[in-house]
Write a protein that binds this ligand. Structure first.
Ligand code: GDP
Length: 138
């Protein structure tokens, strides 16, 4: 059965002009783009999105980075979308990412790593609801 996941093209990748190339990878991997929007987010919006990480040392830098410029927010759909997007993204640290993955191709470092993808069903549901209203997902 088709499953939905949530993804962000992060500010580093948007700044470098990789948006279209990353979208092409996503479509080539058979994801359907259910909804997509480009916007800048505030620091409080980033803090709310990454609340699970609020005790981690990298949290302030992560929130500064995510609110540093426009991002592309997407809801994606396919069978096994959550696991398949994580595979397509590659490891969090691009130095450890497999050949052919989006982070291997487009990410510079662990903090500027080009793309976000939900890691489980419950986080996907939270993240989709955080950024998209129901009427944007029909
Ligand atoms: P992801 O699911 O692969 O994006 O990784 P996590 O959910 O664990 O972390 C969220 C984001 O925080 C990552 O994509 C990184 O940009 C950043 N991050 C995670 N771990 C570290 C770290 O050890 N150092 C720094 N600087 N950033 C990190």
């Amino acid at each position: 059965m088709a499953q939905r996941t949530f993804s962000i093209i992060k500010p580093d990748a948007v700044r470098k002009g990789y948006t279209a190339a990353i979208l092409a990878e996503i479509e080539k991997a058979s994801f359907r783009i259910v909804s997509i929007k480009k916007q800048s987010i505030s620091r409080p919006q980033a803090e709310g999105f990454y609340a699970v990480h609020k005790e981690r040392p990298f949290f302030p830098g992560l929130c500064d980075f995510m609110s540093s410029g426009p991002i592309v927010l997407m809801v994606l759909e396919k069978e096994d979308a959550i696991a398949d997007l994580r595979k397509l993204m590659g490891a969090t640290n691009p130095a450890n990412a497999e050949e052919g993955t989006i982070r291997k191709k487009f990410a510079a470092s662990i903090s500027e790593n080009a793309i976000h993808g939900s890691d489980a069903e419950d986080t996907a549901a939270f993240e989709i609801g955080y950024w998209f209203a129901g009427y944007e997902l029909v």
